[in-house]
Design a binder for this molecule. Structure first.
Ligand SMILES: *Cc1c(COP(=O)(O)O)cnc(C)c1O
Length: 401
């Protein structure tokens, strides 16, 4: 039998995560996924394997039909919370996109996407055999996506392929600049053309209030580990009733020898999805999430406040739409970049200096362009971050206005 040395195996017994406790973690993808106490407890309770499946109903054996723990109720509440009719929990936002693409398109069809879409929008389309048509974004420094151009791109697809796009995607807040897009504009255009509108709310649902009906969304996808205080992997796929019929089709396959059928299973979900602890963290954090979206404006204020303070550093500015409408911030700093050119640690000096002050999450090596997210930081923590930047700038002889 193949053998793995004991010393190697022992390593796995003492896994340790570095960036907890005393650290302020500014990484854009980390802020919205910090667990609530209820979720932390639930992980221990539901850590074992298929822990959600003890009471799977024998007649409709499917994750979303389970009533103990109240998964069925959760799916309904989740849909209501997003202003949609039907919701499912899948493994990731990208899986939700893939499922929608695969079920609404045929290989060779096109999806229209904004050109600041996450890479996983492209790979999801690729796996579903679809082509992408990009809606351009504007220039430096705002990089704003021109939403009215969605109509032109839909027309282009129609002209080039003889068919309307299978799905139209808008990234509600993009991962690069943290720009918030007015989804209702795209919702209206899609309605006019009768094409399904998928809103990618990976950075918005779970942190800010969203009403899918008002925005004209047919599908909302989101990421539990990014924005819903849940463990990975968790993704949200919420839909209007009519679209749900297409996306959540029941299995019809029949075993050619056995004649076996699986009529309760939704085949795009391969029957069941997140059947353990991560789903339970999403549920346990849900009451908190429902409450926290009400305080979104305060979160935005903190982001604006930090931008104002960091922009006082010589040659430093926020990119993307101003003032911030989201907590994901992209900074550009000629000043810090200038320091990196002569520092012996080069671009890593900024990471080193921040880390010395127990601040992490700004990508090591970056100075000219870097991203951070203030979501869920207290005002005092925001001040600590601002002070750290000011100290570092002054230490290296930059002016702080
Ligand atoms: C983070 C992000 C994703 C990926 O989410 P997963 O749940 O990890 O798949 C997708 N789209 C956007 C816009 C994101 O910001």
């Amino acid at each position: 039998m193949p053998k793995i040395p004991k010393e190697k195996l022992e390593k796995y017994l003492h896994l340790h995560r570095e960036f907890t406790g005393k650290f302020i973690n500014l990484h854009p993808i980390q802020r919205g996924g910090i667990l609530t106490e209820a979720a932390r407890k639930a992980i221990v309770e539901f850590g074992d394997g298929y822990s959600t499946c003890d009471w799977c109903p024998p007649k409709t054996p499917r994750l979303d039909m389970i009533e103990r723990p109240p998964i069925a109720q959760f799916m309904a509440d989740l849909a209501t919370f997003l202003g949609m009719d039907v919701a499912r929990v899948v493994t990731r936002c990208r899986e939700a996109k893939f499922i929608a693409f695969a079920m609404l398109g045929k290989p060779g069809d096109t999806v229209v996407v904004d050109s600041l879409a996450h890479y996983s929008t492209y790979t999801a389309a690729e796996l579903a055999g679809l082509n992408v048509k990009e809606v351009p974004h504007g220039d430096y420094p705002e990089f704003k996506v021109g939403l009215n151009a969605y109509a032109d791109k839909i027309e282009e697809v129609k002209k080039e392929t003889g068919k309307l796009p299978a799905v139209v995607v808008l990234t509600h807040v993009d991962y690069l600049y943290g720009n918030l897009n007015d989804a209702a504009v795209v919702g209206k255009i899609c309605k006019k053309y009768g094409v399904p509108f998928l809103l990618n709310a990976a950075y918005t649902a779970g942190v800010m209030p969203i009403d899918g009906k008002k925005l004209g969304a047919d599908i909302i996808v989101s990421s539990g580990h990014k924005s819903w205080a849940a463990s990975a992997p968790t993704g949200i796929l919420a839909m209007k009733e009519d679209i749900a019929g297409d996306v959540l089709k029941r299995s019809k396959i029949v075993g050619d020898l056995s004649g076996r059928k699986f009529a309760a299973k939704e085949y795009a979900l391969l029957g069941c999805t997140v059947m353990g602890a991560p789903l339970i963290t999403l549920m346990a954090s849900f009451p908190h999430v429902v409450e926290r979206v009400e305080h979104w404006q305060e979160e935005v204020e903190k982001a604006r406040y930090l931008v104002k303070l960091i922009e006082r550093i010589e040659g430093t500015r926020q990119l993307g739409i101003k003032p911030k409408q989201h907590t994901l911030i992209h900074m550009e700093s000629d000043g810090l970049h200038k320091v990196s050119e002569t520092h012996k640690r080069r671009g890593f000096f900024l990471y080193d200096e921040l880390r010395e002050r127990n601040i992490v999450g700004i990508q090591a090596g970056l100075t000219k362009h870097f991203k951070l997210n203030t979501y869920g930081l207290s005002l005092n923590q925001v001040k600590t971050v601002a002070k750290a930047f000011e100290e570092i700038a002054k230490k290296y002889g930059l002016k702080v206005g």
